[in-house]
Design a protein. Sequence first.
Length: 100
Amino acid sequence: MAYYMKINGLTPRDIQEYLSLSCVQTVYRWLDGSNVPNVHHLYALSQLFQVQLDHMIAGDRKPEHYQTRIQQTDRLLIYGKKLSRDPAASFIIMGQQASS
């Protein structure tokens, strides 16, 4: 939030007035991380800053599991290619060949 305030030249008092908050301390608590805005305020702020809500909340970060999912998908694709080249590979279970 501080980033978007800075690039838009807004102060905590501006945010307070825009959201019709009773005191500016609410904005300061959001900025120092001791409290967070509710969903309604987050939506209003995303409109003010003209950014998508998820960008305002997460920034450039990707979910922690994103890299893991890519790795899992890559492993599945490699396994699928092996199966398509070697039909007998489908009978190999956990590194041991199944008896026919």
